[in-house]
Structure formats: structure tokens, C-alpha cells
Design a protein around this ligand. Structure first.
Ligand code: SAH
Length: 199
């Protein structure tokens, strides 16, 4: 498998059908997803690891991790419709993933790694917090996307949850044209891709 093959696989997956704005349903675009997953894979943090994808949406990150050889992947989302799409996506990609339809706050379990692209808290203030908290509870190492503007807050909140930001990298996050009346070209926002570890 090459990075390009992963991207092609992720491109075949279905996106959100009717994205729910309040749940901040924006899919990680296949190109960005394959690029971050590939860099994590090269660090040896995917093969044979137990990985959680919190707020999995249509499953891009979790399914990608499983394609790259994770031992076990658990995908969690509060939205049953998104989970239905994610299940179809896992089937069509030919991988086995465990799905849980629940609020992130109610997740229990432990793993080696969390890879998540949670809501950014731009629609509903604070909606990113339970993801930071839960991810550090589940795994010693977390990769997580957050809006660049919230960087100061993210760093403080990670510390409050017993973690440390080890690294972060700013990336362009293209927002897909998800609604029929979206006619403008794809707009990008600046997003930080973080690595946290339990302190
Ligand atoms: N991680 C996916 C989707 C990102 S959109 C991807 O990278 O493509 C954020 C997702 O978080 C949405 O699917 C939304 O339904 C989910 N979500 C929002 N609040 C949640 C909560 N409290 N508990 C669980 N999932 C939640």
C-alpha cells in the first residue's frame, strides 16, 4: 500500500448525506485524511494497534486506520445516520470496524491511540471539550484536529485534562460543498493537527 492507494480507497467512501450543522458534520477530505494517517503509520503507531475514532462521522479516519493494519478500530458517533453510512463504508472497503452510536461522553474502553476530527466548537461553544477529555482518558496518545483560532484554548484544556500538546501543525481544511445551495467554490479554513500525550 502506498499513500496514494490509501487516498484512492478513502475517495471511494460515501460522505455525509444530510450534514447536520449543529453537530458540525464536516468530513475530513480524503487527501488530508490519507496524508495524516500515512504520517502516523510511518511512526509505527497504527499497525497492530487498538485505535478509537471519536466523532467518526462517515468513518474516514477509523476506516483508513484499519486499512493501514490497525489491530482493532472502534468508531463512535452520536448520529445514527452517520454511523449507518460509516458501516456501509467499512463494508465496501472490506474492513471490520466496531461501531458505537453514542455520545462521546458515554464511551468506555481503552486503546493505544485516538485519531479524531471532532466538532470545532464553532456552532456550539464547548462541543470540542468532551472529545479532548475522553480521548486522553481512552489512550495515552491522541491525534486531533482543532480550529487554529482555538489554539490557546486547546492547549490549556489539554493540560486541564492531564495531557500535554507534543506537536501541532497547521493545515488547510477544505470545506466541501455539502448543501445543494452551496454553489461557491470550496472554502478552506485553517486547522491545527495536534498530537497530545498524557502527562
Ligand atoms: N471525524 C469525521 C467527522 C467529523 S464531523 C471525519 O473526520 O470525517 C464531527 C462528528 O462529530 C460528526 O459526525 C458529529 O455527528 C459528531 N459529534 C458531534 N458531537 C458529538 C458528541 N457529543 N458525541 C459523539 N459524536 C459527536
Amino acid at each position: 500500500m502506498r499513500k496514494k492507494d490509501l487516498e484512492l480507497e478513502l475517495q471511494k467512501l460515501e460522505g455525509f448525506d444530510k450534514p447536520n450543522a449543529e453537530l458540525e458534520q464536516y468530513r475530513t477530505p480524503p487527501e488530508l485524511a490519507s496524508s495524516v494517517l500515512w504520517s502516523i503509520y510511518l511512526k509505527g503507531e497504527i499497525s497492530d494497534k487498538r485505535i478509537y475514532d471519536l466523532g467518526c462521522g462517515t468513518g474516514t479516519l477509523g476506516i483508513g486506520a484499519k486499512i493501514l493494519g490497525a489491530e482493532k478500530v472502534v468508531c463512535v458517533d452520536a448520529d445514527g445516520d452517520a454511523i449507518d453510512i460509516a458501516k456501509r463504508n467499512a463494508d465496501s472497503a472490506g474492513v471490520e470496524v466496531e461501531f458505537r452510536t453514542m455520545d462521546v461522553r458515554d464511551v468506555s474502553g481503552s486503546g493505544d491511540l485516538v485519531i479524531q476530527n471532532p466538532p470545532f466548537g464553532s456552532q456550539k461553544r464547548g462541543s470540542d471539550r468532551p472529545f479532548i477529555e475522553k480521548s486522553l482518558e481512552i489512550a495515552p496518545v491522541v491525534y486531533s484536529f482543532h480550529m487554529e483560532e482555538t489554539d490557546g484554548f486547546v492547549r490549556k484544556y489539554v493540560e486541564r485534562c492531564g495531557g500535554t500538546v507534543i506537536s501541532s501543525q497547521t493545515v488547510d481544511f477544505p470545506l466541501e460543498r455539502t448543501m445543494p445551495w452551496h454553489t461557491e467554490n470550496i472554502e478552506s479554513i485553517r486547522v491545527g493537527f495536534y498530537r497530545f500525550e498524557r502527562s
